[in-house]
Design a protein around this ligand. Structure first.
Ligand code: HMG
Ligand code: MG
Length: 301
């Protein structure tokens, strides 16, 4: 078994989680969520997206969220950017890390970003180029790596091709997204083995949604294969507005519990994280969906 001693976590809850809320979430709540996550030890927090507010009104307050952040020197705050207009807005608010995104399936891309895979890659090239020229770090996402909500099966060769294209654009890391949470561990492992023939394993991250309850098992399978970076969402928040029925990411607290149980370090204080999961879930008027936040009682001072 190839198990590293430390796993880097990116909490995508403020973006992937809150982009999918039906009710408006005040910017102040989003800002407090980020502050609570950093206090709990998260060192990479995807805070918002600079996408079209006509497409995703939930993220229309991106600039307000950025302006309200008390940024810590040792925390990174990536934001999602779909095009040059988004990059311009991100740079104007002092962003230093962006994530560009596309998918391995044309059908999903057309619904999500109004472009085919190839058109999206063309659109993203100048975004990556100009972002890097401005000194920004650029991460890349590939969605639908284990299945597409519209076309079904996605050929592994397409996942490899798109990952490689983003890597060659200068993305320091490619996050492989099971957008609709349909993958199972051996499928996840086979996908990873295929992609790592084109992109070094050190530069791959995994991003599992938990629709079918497979996300933790899938992360575990990928950790066994040598992946050291995983995306997760506090409280298991989230989903994609253009992937109907898809639920949130693997809950960060469930993942942290598993990793600590495996003897792997994350730098995260699990009790503080569970408090945060309960707090944001209460703000949204529901119970946390994660097992660990429900199982662990609040700490009495
Ligand atoms: P489009 O309609 O083809 O683009 O959308 P457009 O250039 O024709 O623009 C339409 C309007 O939006 C224009 O306004 C633009 O100015 C405006 P109008 O002229 O009509 O007044 N606009 C913008 N405004 C602000 N910021 C911008 C921006 N761009 C255009 N950046 C576009 C194409 C890509 C913009 C659109 O489809 C879009 O924003 N899509 C984003 C959808 C999204 O955010 N989905 C969720 C994130 S992806 C995800 O969750 C998956 C992930 O988690 C990984 C996984 O789980 O697999 C990452
Ligand atoms: Mg996602």
């Amino acid at each position: 078994m190839n198990i590293p001693s430390r796993v880097r976590l990116i909490d995508v809850g403020p973006r992937d989680g809150l982009q999918n809320e039906k009710q408006p979430v005040p910017a102040a709540t989003k800002i407090e969520l980020v502050h609570r996550l950093q206090a709990a030890g998260l060192r990479e927090i995807e805070v918002t997206s600079y996408v079209s507010p006509k497409w995703v009104p939930q993220m229309a307050d991106a600039a307000e969220v950025l302006a309200g952040l008390k940024r810590a020197d040792d925390v990174r705050y990536p934001v999602l950017v779909p095009n040059l207009q988004g990059l311009e807005r991100a740079i104007a608010t002092g962003v230093t890390d962006i994530a560009i995104f596309t998918a391995a399936s044309d059908a999903f891309n057309r619904k999500n970003i109004n472009a085919s895979v190839d058109e999206s890659l063309e659109r993203l090239k100048p975004v990556a180029e100009q972002a890097r020229a401005a000194g920004l770090k650029v991460r890349g996402y590939v969605s639908t790596v284990l299945g597409c909500p519209y076309q079904g099966a996605v050929p592994l060769a397409e996942v490899v091709r798109v990952s490689e294209a983003l890597f060659h654009m200068g993305c320091y890391e490619i996050s492989l997204g099971d957008t609709i949470g349909v993958g199972t561990p051996h499928a996840a492992r086979d996908m990873l083995r295929a992609v790592r023939s084109a992109v070094p394993i050190e530069q791959l991250a995994v991003h599992f949604h938990d629709t079918y309850g497979q996300a933790l098992a899938n992360v575990y399978a990928c950790i066994e294969e040598g992946v050291r970076v995983a995306d997760a969402s506090v409280g298991g928040l989230g989903g994609c507005p253009y992937a109907k029925g898809a639920t949130g990411n693997v809950a960060t607290e469930d993942l942290v519990y598993m990793l600590h149980g495996l003897g792997l370090e994350t730098g995260v204080d699990l009790d503080a994280l569970c408090d945060t999961a309960r707090w944001i879930s209460a703000e949204l008027g529901r119970e946390p969906v994660s097992h660990v936040a429900k199982a662990r009682q609040p700490q009495v001072a």
